[in-house]
Structures are given as C-alpha cells and as structure tokens.
Design a protein around this ligand. Sequence first.
Ligand code: ZN
Length: 76
Amino acid sequence: MVDGAAVRTWLEAKGVKACPPCGSEDLQVSRDLYAIVCINRTTGGPDLQRGSRAVRLRCGSCGHIMLFHARQMGLE
Ligand SMILES: [Zn+2]
C-alpha cells in the first residue's frame, strides 16, 4: 500500500503540482506500487530479477500517467 500523504509531500517538495499535458491539478496517486520490468536480452521475455518499483500518478482530467521511482521517493 502506498502512503498517499508521503507521496503528496514529496511531490510538493519537488514542485510537481499539475499534469504536464493539460495543467489539471487532479493527480491521483496509485494505492499500489507498479513494477517496471527489464526485458532479458537473450530470451526477449521479462526478467523478473531486474527492474524498479514505481508510484503511478494518473491525471483525472486527461488520463496522462506519470511514474516515479519508489525508492528515490523514500517509499521502500
Ligand atoms: Zn492531464
């Protein structure tokens, strides 16, 4: 479960207030972390040993999605 208050505090400290494409401030924080998985160069399939965890922000107006590295945000 993602700590939405901690995410919003971090976003505010970084100056992230609005959706880049449409300017809406309706940015919805994901409840769960998402996985960015590397593709294995040999098999072409997902390499579950490598990747990153991310918090997803979705604009409630235009649907634009932004991902932020969870560890860099201090969430893991
Ligand atoms: Zn938007």
